[in-house]
Structures are given as C-alpha cells and as structure tokens.
Design a protein around this ligand. Structure first.
Ligand code: CP
Length: 338
C-alpha cells in the first residue's frame, strides 16, 4: 500500500512541499489578508473531520472556506458521525461502525477537499508515527486531503507561525528564534514543536531549542532540522537550561511535549516532568531577549503554567494575531488547491 499522498494537492506536512512553495503560501496569505481574493470555492465544499477537539483550526478553516465562496461540513466521528476504523484487514466487531475507506470515498464523492484532525494516541511512538488515520484518508480520498494536525505535523499552524514571525521580523533568514519547552502537567504530542522547528530551520533562522534533559524531540526530527538549517544557511543549537536561550533571542516560541524516552509509560515520566516546573516563560526571562522579541504559542495555553500572565497579557504577546493568521494561511492553502 503506497504511503504517499494520493493527490499532488494534499498537504499532509510542510516538508512534503518545497521551501519555495512554503514562501509562496506565505506571500499568498499576506495578499489574502489585504483582501485580495476571489471566490475559487464557489459551488464547492469541504468536509472537516475532527477526531479531536479544536477551537482555532475549526473556526479558521470554516471561515476560510466561506470567505473563498464555499461551504464547510464539520464532522466529529464518535460524536456526531460514525466512529472510524482506519486499519486495513481488521474485523470491525468493536466500537467503530465505519471504515475510513468508505468515509473517505463518500466524503470525496460529495466534497472537493477533506480536512482531517487525528491526534496520536500517545501509547506507542512506532504506531503514532504511522499517522494511520490521516494517511488512510489520503490514500482513499479522491480529492485533496489537508492535515489539520496529526501525530507528526500541524502544517496549518506552522504556516501561521511563519507568517507571524515574518510580520514581526521581516525576512527570517538569520533571525534568532528560541523554541523553548515549557512545563505542562500532561504529556502532549510533538506535532507543533516538530513542525515549527522544521519550518524555522527551513527558513534559515538561527534556532535555539531549549529543553530539559530527557525531553528531546525525536531523533529523526533533529536530523532533518539540522539538514534544513545547513541547507538554508541557518543554525540549530540545543541547550538544557531554561534560561540559556533568552539572551539575544529575537522571538520566543513556547510549547510542551511528551518525552520520547517515556512514550507510552508516562507514569514513569511524571517525576521527571514534575521536576521541570520552572520551565515557564516569565517577564523576567523575556526581558533578557533582544529588543521587543514577540512571544508565540499555538494555543490553547495554560496560564501561569506554560507562560506567566504578565507575558501573555503584555505587549510582547503575539498569540492572538498568530491565531488570527490561521485564517489567511488556511485560505492560502485552499487557494493553492483550487
Ligand atoms: N493551535 C490549534 O490548532 O488550536 P486548536 O486545537 O484550538 O485548533
């Protein structure tokens, strides 16, 4: 069974399109934000399949479809649509009443694009990294599939992150980004930090990845990030001190993620996680950055756990415009497809 996207217009991760196409999407998003758009989705529709909750992705995608003249149908399998099975060859005698093969075929027959959000189960990294649900939709849908966040990637978020960084810093090549781990009481997926790290390295930014020992991002991600950075003339350094990355940083992006070392055994990770409560973005830490470094986070964010109120409510916080940029970058993705 081929693992590649079935149509060339699929967007399963930013790494599957060229760096030039990423830049083109950002330029297109900026133009759309200026009001420069037609109605390429007139008479067309999008099926948005959410296996997990969403505020930003759902709102921005629905509005993007509407602004471009189309209609969006939102489905939550297991809640208001049939629970889905994605594995091939299974005996479906459990909870799932519908296979992705039929769901993708039907939605593809009725709609012109399918968005899929399917988070990892956080039990087995080997299983999660297969992105079974997303890839099954891409294989079986006769129309383009857009990833609305999977185990590995959140391309729509990464595009909005790049647009927000560009709004603040201009050309990103050579600019210094601190991507810092932040404490969170629960293990979270790596899709967002992985996507922003790869995207920033691809743009030639000089990235400092700050994380406690034991909370590395997957090795494959780090290898790819180093390769992107080398090719783009940027840089990537890794530090294990919560304070070390702030001096000189021109932008700060905070996110929490699960420790790959304890994947699926998170009860054993807990003591280590509790020991990194001081990995929080504070006003004092932000004050050590260069100039007016903006603070970014994909949201939702836990106040005074990941980031202090003083930062989130202060003038450096870019989280609202960052989330608002989700509309323009999603419109750019749809505009590219149609
Ligand atoms: N950042 C993001 O994807 O937000 P939602 O989970 O609310 O869609």
């Amino acid at each position: 069974m081929p693992d590649e996207p079935r149509t060339e217009k699929d967007l399963l991760s930013l790494e599957e399109i060229s760096g030039e196409e990423v830049l083109e999407l950002l330029d297109r998003a900026a133009r759309l934000r200026e009001g420069d758009h037609g109605r390429p989705l007139e008479g067309r529709s999008a099926a948005l399949v959410f296996l997990n909750p969403s505020l930003r992705t759902r709102t921005s995608f629905e509005l993007a479809v509407e602004k471009l003249g189309g209609h969006a149908v939102v489905l939550s399998p297991g809640t208001d649509a049939w629970k889905l099975e994605a594995r091939d060859g299974t005996v479906m005698d459990g909870d799932a009443a519908e296979h992705v093969r039929e769901a993708a075929g039907v939605l593809g027959a009725l709609c012109d694009v399918i968005g899929v959000r399917a988070f990892p189960k956080l039990v087995s990294w080997e299983e999660d990294r297969k992105e079974t649900v997303l890839r099954a939709f891409a294989r079986h849908a006769p129309v383009p599939v857009v990833n609305m966040e999977s185990a590995l990637s959140h391309p729509l978020q990464a595009l909005a992150d790049l647009l927000t960084l560009r709004d603040a810093l201009g050309d990103l090549a050579g600019r210094r980004l601190l991507l810092t781990f932040a404490y969170h009481p629960r293990p979270l997926p790596v899709a967002v930090p992985r996507s922003v790290l790869l995207a920033a390295c691809r743009m030639g930014m000089r990235v400092t990845l700050a994380r406690p020992e034991g909370f590395d991002l997957p090795e494959e991600t780090m290898d790819r990030a180093r390769s992107f950075a080398a090719r783009a003339g940027g840089g990537l350094e890794v530090v294990a001190d919560p304070d070390a990355g702030y001096p000189g940083a021109e932008a700060v992006y905070a996110k929490s993620w699960a420790s790959p070392a304890f994947y699926g055994r998170f009860d054993m990770e807990r003591p280590r996680r509790e020991a990194v409560r001081d990995w929080i973005v504070t006003g004092e830490r932000m004050a050590r950055t260069a100039g007016n470094a903006p603070f970014l986070h994909c949201l939702p964010v836990r106040r005074n756990v990941v980031v202090a109120d003083e930062v989130l409510d202060g003038p450096r916080s870019a989280v609202i415009p960052q989330a608002a940029n989700r509309l323009w970058t999603t419109m750019a993705v749809l505009d590219r497809i149609f």
